[in-house]
Design a protein around this ligand. Structure first.
Ligand code: F6P
Length: 328
């Protein structure tokens, strides 16, 4: 279906992730290619409400494909949750002559986009950008692959010092509600145990596993803990618990924190961002709305945003089995 879309806005929203800049670049360049005007919105929905816009052309996004973070800044906007806030945002978009937008973010950002579409019949397309990989409708979100590489690199370094001192390390990684990062880096960095929100291993099993590991002659141990894990103790309490019940262990804790969200995007994330950005603009120009661009079986697909928000991603059980076998 041909559309009357002549100007598309692009912005990033929620937690940043590597690959967002590559996606902004892809949206801007696809607009230029399709001869559609493009405008960037700074600071997510906050900037939309304030009218913080900047016209973009193909040259505005030179040399950003390799940059972490987001050149457009990001925010979690309370005001956009209110009808008045959304009304102001709509007025600003109208004033600027914007006909549709592409939002790069997570499910909070998508929820806002969907509400906005319902209220103003405004065409919106989402690109999933979060290191947590917790969005239904795509096998990979932007930034997940880069974060995995960043975390594996950090754990490799921790292992060097752990094995030099025969120590046990609890390494906390991001993942408020899901364990995709923890599970993948746990396998990739050879962790003894992986604690994720989706599976409650139980403290007894953790102790048994650590006992076995010591008995089998291992010189160091790494336990990867997702920040949202459900074992009932945070990493520091886990350290105390293990030191009390298994005094043979000298335990340390490392919380990796926000360094996991930074850094240059991997090649995988750059390619994914480019493909998603192209499809997002094409979809709008085909008259589509309320869809999220995703990837499945290496094909770029579109999923209704309503499903992407409601659906839950599933943990890869095979990885749990592989990890169990690898820790023999
Ligand atoms: O980007 C997702 C995430 O990394 C979560 O895993 C984490 O809980 C959250 O962001 C923390 O982000 P912030 O400090 O920006 O609120």
């Amino acid at each position: 279906m041909a559309t009357n879309i002549k100007k598309i806005a692009v912005f990033t929203s929620g937690g940043d992730s590597p690959g967002m800049n590559a996606a902004i670049r892809a949206v801007v360049r696809t607009c230029a290619y399709m001869k559609v005007e493009c405008v960037a919105i700074y600071r997510g929905y906050d900037g939309m409400i304030d009218g913080d816009f900047k016209p973009m052309n193909a040259r505005s996004v030179n040399n950003i494909i390799n940059k972490g973070g987001t050149i457009l800044k990001s925010a979690r906007c309370e005001e956009f949750r209110t009808a008045e806030g959304r009304q102001k945002a709509h007025e600003q978009l109208k004033k600027e002559g914007v006909d549709a937008f592409v939002v790069i973010g997570g499910d909070g950002s998508f929820t806002g986009a969907l509400t906005f579409n319902k209220e103003f019949d405004f065409p919106v397309i989402g690109i999933p950008g979060t290191i947590d990989n917790d969005i239904f409708g795509t096998t990979y979100t932007l930034g997940f692959d880069t974060a995995l590489n960043t975390v594996v690199d950090a754990i490799d370094k921790i292992r060097d010092t752990a094995s030099s001192h025969n120590r046990l390390f609890f390494v906390e990684v991001m993942g408020r509600d899901v364990g995709h990062i923890a599970l993948n880096v746990g396998v990739g960095a050879g962790a003894e145990e992986i604690l994720i929100p989706e599976e409650n291993l139980g403290l007894e099993r953790l102790l048994d596993s650590l006992k076995r590991s010591k008995k089998s002659g291992k010189s160091s141990s790494i336990v990867v803990v997702a920040e949202g894990d459900k074992i009932g103790k945070n990493v520091f309490e886990l350290k105390e618990y293990v030191e009390e019940h298994l005094p043979i262990y000298d335990v340390r804790v490392s919380v990796l924190g926000h360094m996991q969200r930074g850094g240059a995007p991997s090649c995988f994330d750059r390619v994914l961002a480019s493909r998603m950005g192209v499809r997002a603009v094409e979809a709008l120009l085909e008259g589509k709305t309320n869809l999220m661009v995703g990837i499945q079986d290496n094909k770029i697909i579109l999923t209704p945003i309503a499903q992407a928000i409601k659906g839950h991603t599933k943990i890869d059980k095979e990885l749990i089995r592989v990890s169990d076998i690898m820790t023999t």
